[in-house]
Design a protein around this ligand. Structure first.
Ligand SMILES: Cc1ncc(COP(=O)(O)O)c(C=O)c1O
Length: 361
């Protein structure tokens, strides 16, 4: 089965990593968006308190978690209609299995963004369907094989934010064809130069979520990547179908993590504190990259600076590695991104200061 999947691209970065790690002041790894700051104390306390969990948890989530998700979606996404909700074991497993869980398969087409998180394509290949990369739906024409359209705003890796009018067009286009729109909104709460809009917002869906699902994650918002805590909100019928299949497949969020999610969703103070840390790191890195001659595109939201030196991405990866800095080559994210690198904001203040010093030396 793994032969049907793309090569795991991170192995290709090993030589640059070895060069960067040889820097006398050590490696600054800005290649992966993995949180480095502590898990907020109130979330750890909720996890610990729920650790006596001998019985099987509910795949649908505890009533407390379902309420917390629904309230958060209404508050943060501006969704006034009746939503289906469902916890997931982080969002990566959902991204990888969603086409399969929805019965998408051979002969079907799934649309993914031109430049995107690689797991969308993995999920389509696992299902045996065909991938089409497109940002503009007009280019697709009236293809009746399209069963699913992925959108991702704010985008990983580009940090691009899609306006409400664009989201509405995608939803209208998909509804006319009976396709499902899935909007990955893992970076929704990390808007800098623009305020990201959820596909669930009333200005997009008007409270009717037919054929629409949004995907959320607490990995970045609440530093919970290690807990594996994500959730869905959207079309109640689609979510009920996903729940039915996931129950059979044992895709269950552990009970202590469900309790931790309730605590995380009920608190915005830690979110604001974490945002402030990222905002400061973003500003320092942005200025240093510009001084070093980089151009930064999009990057209006999310945890990455989408940067270019106007050359092949691997040349830029090497240039940065010589300075002890590791970045992700744009080529990992799509064939049209070969002249950019993705620079993550997820490093400690100390490591970000080291990168800034090296970039501006
Ligand atoms: C766009 C996007 N979606 C989904 C994920 C998966 O996140 P998680 O599985 O931690 O929720 C990531 C992780 O970086 C991502 O960038």
């Amino acid at each position: 089965m793994s032969a049907a999947l793309p090569d795991f691209p991170w192995d290709l970065l090993e030589p640059a990593k070895a060069v960067a790690a040889a820097h006398p002041d050590g490696l600054v790894d800005l290649s992966i968006g993995t949180p480095v700051d502590p898990v907020p104390a109130l979330i750890r306390a909720a996890l610990a308190e729920a650790s006596d969990a001998p019985g099987y948890p509910l795949t649908a989530g505890t009533p407390a978690l379902r309420t917390a998700i629904a309230e958060w979606l209404a508050r943060t996404c501006g969704a006034s209609g009746k939503l289906g909700v469902l916890p997931t074991i982080g969002s990566k497993e959902l991204v990888a299995w969603l086409p399969t869980l929805l019965g998408v398969g051979p002969g079907d087409v799934v649309v993914i963004p031109q430049v995107c998180y690689p797991t969308y394509e993995v999920g389509v290949r696992l299902a045996g369907a065909e991938v089409v990369r497109a940002d503009s739906l007009t280019a697709l024409g009236p293809d009746p094989r399209v069963k699913l359209v992925w959108i991702n705003s704010p985008s990983n890796p580009t940090g691009r934010v899609l306006p409400a009018a664009h989201l509405r067009k995608v939803v209208d286009w998909a509804r006319e064809r009976g396709a499902v729109v899935v909007s990955d909104e893992c970076y929704l709460t990390l808007g800098w130069d623009e305020t990201p809009v959820s596909v669930l917002a009333d200005e997009v869906c008007g409270g009717d979520y037919t054929g629409v699902v949004s995907v959320h994650s607490l990995s970045k918002r609440s530093n919970l990547a290690g807990y594996r805590a994500g959730f869905l909100g959207g079309d109640p019928a689609l979510i009920a179908e996903l729940l039915a299949v996931r129950k059979h497949a044992g895709m269950i969020v552990p009970a202590p993590v469900q309790a931790a999610m309730v605590a995380a969703l009920g608190d915005e103070t830690h979110v604001a504190d974490q945002r402030a840390l990222y905002a400061a790191r973003r500003e320092s890195l942005r200025e240093a990259l510009l001084k070093a001659g980089f151009e930064i595109e999009h990057s209006a939201a999310g945890l990455y600076l989408w940067s270019t030196r106007g050359e092949d991405c691997w040349a830029t990866v090497d240039w940065l590695a010589q300075r002890g800095i590791l970045a992700a080559p744009g080529a990992f994210y799509g064939p049209s991104a070969a002249r950019h690198v993705r620079i993550a904001l997820t490093a400690t203040d100390e490591r970000v200061a080291a990168a800034v010093a090296r970039l501006t030396a």
